[in-house]
Structures are given as structure tokens and as C-alpha cells.
Ligand binder design. Structure first.
Ligand SMILES: [Zn+2]
Length: 275
């Protein structure tokens, strides 16, 4: 089933919709992987799900018509975000790589660092204030972290703001509400990727008021062991009139914008085998 929602004014209905930004929230089960099509046929991948998804994510990107990932972003070094990144680095050409400055020693993180070294890639430090890309009316900026506390790796997550004309998409990794609330940046966005798979610590009323999204996307696995998304987080979004898409129910969710009109489609192919 293909569900489609058209959001915002459609003052140019007679003209064909030609998006300059497409954000694919891939259904990778319990984890995050977000593939982004940018102007000038550039591609970005933010996170890469768990370790068994490398081939599926690579094929998805190739089927979309891309031979290179121009910008690779690891929000933070947890396995459900970087598990397949070493595979992808070894199987596709990669341009710039952004990560927070952390030294966590998990196996998937060490594998990723080895793969980057093999490919001769160096890591650029991702932190608040870094602009990754600016092209016409499209830009990608890093809003967080402002500082690093390796005791709380989720809160070291890179937070990205994608801007396309009048539209903004906020990608939050697993950063908890308490860490986002103290950020100086303008967090306002039309589309919010809810942090930490919609956990109880992902949102607060004041943070949601500050972001004021129309659409929320929750990336989580069907029947996951963590109870994600938490009922309170879903209730808060619903009560605030935010339209929720969930990768466990809606599969891969694609948000597109031409700077004036924003579209959301759900029911796109899943990376999860058997779906
Ligand atoms: Zn996570």
C-alpha cells in the first residue's frame, strides 16, 4: 500500500513536482538509516542500521541511481546506527565523513575505523556550527553536539538540520530531550526524526513546542525489545496534532521538498528481510 500526504500550499499544482531534497527514512528495523538525495546529484547517508543491513542499504542507494555517497554521517557510535557502515564504506565510494569526536571502543566502531583507514578516508569532526553543504536554497548544518560527554553517548549524537527553501527537516540521532533543550540553535522544523526511536526520553512538551513539527518520523523495529516508541511520546505528538509516521508500521518513509511543497510517502520497500 502506498500512502501519500501532500502538505503545505499547492500553489503550483499545474506544474510537475520536482523535488530538490528527498529524505528516505529507511525501514531498518530497530535502528536508524537515512538516505538523502541532494541538489547536483549528491547523496548523503546518515547512519547505517545494524550489522546485517549493509548489502540492502547499498543496493537501495544504487537503485536510486547513485554510485557514490558524497557525505557519510555517523551520528554516534552505537551498533544500531553504525553497524553496517564498515560494509558500506568497503562497497561504495565515499566522500566526506562526519562523526562526533568520541573514542568508544565497541566492535562495530573499531570495524568502521578500520574500513575508513583501508579506504584512505579521514574523519571530519561533526559538531555544532559546522556547515556540511550549501547549494542554492538547500543546506545541511550540524546543530549539535556543542560538547562531548562520553559517559552519555546518545547525547553526543550529531543533530542535523536540512533546509530546502521554506522547509526544514531535523535529524536528531539518539539525543535525549534534556540534551536538546539546552542547545542554542534554532530547532524549528517541519519534519522531526524523533530521537532515540521514540523512547520516553526523546521528547518533552517544551522541546516539542520549540521544534513545532507538522510531521514526525519514528524509526523503530516491529515488536522491538525496548518498547519503542514509548506511549507517552506518541501521545505527546498526537495531542499536539503532529502527523506520525513509523517505520515499523509504514515501512520506508520518504519526505520530499521542492522548497515550496512538502510531500510524505509511506509504504515504500523495507530493508528488513521478510517485509
Ligand atoms: Zn539508536
Amino acid at each position: 500500500m502506498l500512502l501519500a500526504a501532500l502538505l503545505g500550499a499547492c500553489e503550483r499544482e499545474a506544474q510537475p513536482f520536482s523535488p530538490t531534497l528527498s529524505v528516505h527514512f529507511l525501514d531498518v528495523g530497530e535502528g536508524d538509516s537515512i538516505f538523502i538525495e541532494l541538489p547536483e546529484h549528491k547523496a548523503m547517508l546518515v547512519d547505517a542500521g545494524d550489522s546485517y543491513l549493509g548489502l540492502d542499504i547499498t543496493e537501495y542507494i544504487q537503485k536510486a541511481g547513485y554510485r557514490k555517497i558524497d557525505y557519510l554521517v555517523a551520528t554516534h557510535p552505537h551498533a544500531d546506527h553504525i553497524g553496517s557502515m564498515s560494509y558500506i564504506v568497503r562497497h561504495m565510494p565515499v566522500g566526506d565523513v562526519y562523526m562526533p569526536r568520541v573514542s568508544e571502543g565497541s566492535v562495530p566502531f573499531r570495524n568502521l575505523l578500520s574500513a575508513l583507514k583501508e579506504q584512505g578516508l579521514t574523519v571530519k569532526e561533526g559538531k555544532a556550527g559546522v556547515n556540511i553543504l550549501h547549494s542554492g536554497e538547500t543546506s545541511v548544518d550540524i546543530l549539535a553536539p556543542e560538547s562531548i560527554d562520553e559517559e552519555e553517548l546518545n547525547n553526543c549524537s550529531l543533530v542535523l538540520k536540512l533546509t530546502c527553501g521554506r522547509h526544514r527537516v531535523l535529524l536528531t540521532g539518539d539525543m535525549e530531550a534534556k540534551a536538546m533543550e539546552v542547545l542554542d540553535a534554532d530547532l524549528g522544523a517541519d519534519v522531526l526524526k524523533v530521537a532515540h526511536h521514540g523512547s520516553a526520553d526523546a521528547l518533552s512538551e517544551s522541546l516539542l513546542r520549540r521544534i513545532a513539527p507538522r510531521v514526525a518520523v519514528i524509526s523503530c523495529g516491529a515488536g522491538n525489545d525496548y518498547g519503542h516508541p514509548h506511549a507517552d511520546t506518541v501521545r505527546l505528538l498526537t495531542r499536539s496534532g503532529v502527523k506520525i509516521y513509523r517505520t515499523d508500521a509504514d515501512k520506508t518513509v520518504i519526505v520530499t521538498s521542492d522548497g515550496k511543497t512538502l510531500k510524505v510517502t509511506a509504504g515504500n520497500p523495507s530493508m528488513e528481510r521478510g517485509n
